[in-house]
Design a binder for this molecule. Structure first.
Ligand code: PMP
Length: 465
């Protein structure tokens, strides 16, 4: 009886404290609203990382003193901060963006109606996959390799990847440190999800492929973006990256050659960034999907001194196997087992017959050379054509399969331009706003033939001037 009364008393106490927390949140929201009004009136940014980080440090110190788990403190802090931002953001009008998907779906709709378009928006090489890949896939299909297989990937492909990485980078990957994924995109997402928790920060150098930022946000973590400029050849400053590191920064994404700029950083800058990551205990996620379209020395994380890293790559671009949905990742056993857990939960395995095709791709070295040479020629041809357009400036790509020009005209809006280009010239491209704060730029994909690229760029030139 006494026990029961005591328990009831404690439950009442818990209920009182919980309600108190809620009314404190309401009080905090009121203050946030006032801050929001002041920021809107003064056109000040909603986010102030410095202020946030100072408060987070104080909160974590309080956690320590009060015996509250730091992770719990971190989580609650992040909930409070995102709630403040939501409240403050209610005062600002969000611009409606034309995303690459808007352009792509409009283009597909027109194509379905029989319209001929020059598609320079999608990042998909138009080469044929190697014959050997098609044959291996169909043989595997007719051999009825059509059932569930290992979540990690079939041992034949894992062994093939290990041989490939040894030959390419002199790196000894272990089978337990390797995973076959349904494409590079999935590898990137599960890599992020395996190391980031809600509220953690991850550094992304922009302009860059939007899926890094979106993946980070989807997990509930937060991207710290580093802005680079065309004037500086899209070069990141190691010092700026260092200054952006906060107490909850857990990782940095490196992805050279870059989609959309084609930038490759100097291997020394790459190793400085890796050293920085080591100093702060960050994981480097290195997306090396365009490594076979690199026309100057491009460092690989597998040849670096990174303490913690996740390499992600794919068969999509090198061998033009986008629709096969097959990629891979290499990391520590611990990280790979987390990625495997997600893979087993969500997809069970990558189709086995596709993996037999991928195994043949690794051996298709002649196609790597052929595709790489063709892409180099496309970069040359596109650059020559762009040089004729007075209203544009651009960085000549060191690799990848895109050019990212900038309009010289003030007030240029990449989304409006992309729509107009589609409607008036039947040419598509990806607006720069999708790759970061680059609304005066746009991405031209070099996935199509040289002739098509030239035709598209000429149309761009006509509309720009
Ligand atoms: N990383 C980068 C930088 C990319 O540009 C892409 C495709 N656009 C991917 C990864 C993913 O490609 P996939 O999922 O087809 O392997």
């Amino acid at each position: 009886m006494k026990r029961e009364a005591e328990l009831q008393g404690l439950r009442d106490e818990v209920s009182r404290v919980t309600k108190e927390i809620i009314s404190l949140i309401a009080e905090r929201n009121d203050v946030a609203r006032k801050i929001g009004h002041i920021k809107t009136e003064g056109s000040l940014p909603i986010e102030d990382e410095g202020v946030e980080d100072t408060l987070l440090k104080e909160v974590l110190a309080d956690c320590e003193r009060a015996g509250v788990d730091r992770e719990v403190g971190n989580k609650i802090f992040n909930i409070l901060v995102s709630e403040s931002k939501r409240i403050q953001g209610q005062n600002t009008i969000q611009p409606v963006l034309v995303t690459p998907m808007t352009i792509a779906s409009k283009a597909m709709e027109l194509q379905r109606k029989g319209k001929r378009l020059v598609r320079l928006d999608i990042g998909e090489p138009n080469f044929e996959p190697p014959r050997a890949v098609l044959e291996a896939c169909s043989k595997a299909l007719f051999d009825l390799r059509t059932r569930y297989s290992e979540t990690r990937g079939i041992p034949e492909l894992i062994e093939g990847l290990i041989r490939h990485l040894k030959k390419r980078h002199g790196y000894d990957a272990k089978a337990r440190e390797t995973i076959v994924t349904p494409g590079g995109r999935y590898a990137v997402y599960t890599a992020l999800a395996s190391i980031l928790k809600e509220g953690d920060r991850c550094i992304v150098i922009e302009p860059n492929w939007p899926a890094y930022k979106e993946g980070i946000q989807f997990i509930g973590a937060r991207p710290t973006t580093i802005h680079t400029t065309l004037e500086e050849g899209w070069e990141p400053h190691v010092e700026t990256v260092k200054e952006s590191i906060r107490s909850n920064t857990k990782a940095i994404v490196l992805s050279y050659p870059v989609n959309p700029t084609g930038k490759i950083i100097d291997p020394r800058v790459f190793s400085d960034l890796v050293a920085l990551a080591n100093d702060y205990g960050l994981t480097v996620i290195s997306d090396e999907i365009y490594t076979d379209y690199a026309y100057k020395s491009c460092a690989s994380i597998l040849e670096s001194k990174a303490n913690r890293f996740i390499l992600t790559s794919s068969f999509s671009k090198t061998w033009a196997m986008t629709g096969f949905r097959v990629g891979y990742a290499v990391s520590s056993e611990d990280v790979i087992s987390k990625m495997m857990k997600m893979q087993s939960l969500m997809i069970t395995c990558v189709p086995e017959f596709v993996q037999f095709g991928a195994l043949k791709a690794i051996e298709s070295e002649a196609e790597i050379r052929r595709n790489s040479q063709a892409m180099k020629e496309r970069i040359e041809a596109a650059s020559k054509e762009l040089d004729k357009i007075g209203g544009l400036e651009y960085y000549k790509p060191d690799g990848a399969m895109y050019v990212f020009p900038r309009a010289k005209r003030a007030g240029f809006d990449s989304s409006t331009f992309a729509m107009k280009l589609l409607e008036e010239k039947n040419v598509t491209l990806a607006p720069g706003s999708g790759f970061g704060d680059y609304n005066n730029c746009f991405r031209i994909s070099l996935g199509q033939s040289k002739e098509t690229i030239i035709e598209g760029i000429r149309a761009i030139g006509e509309l720009i001037s």
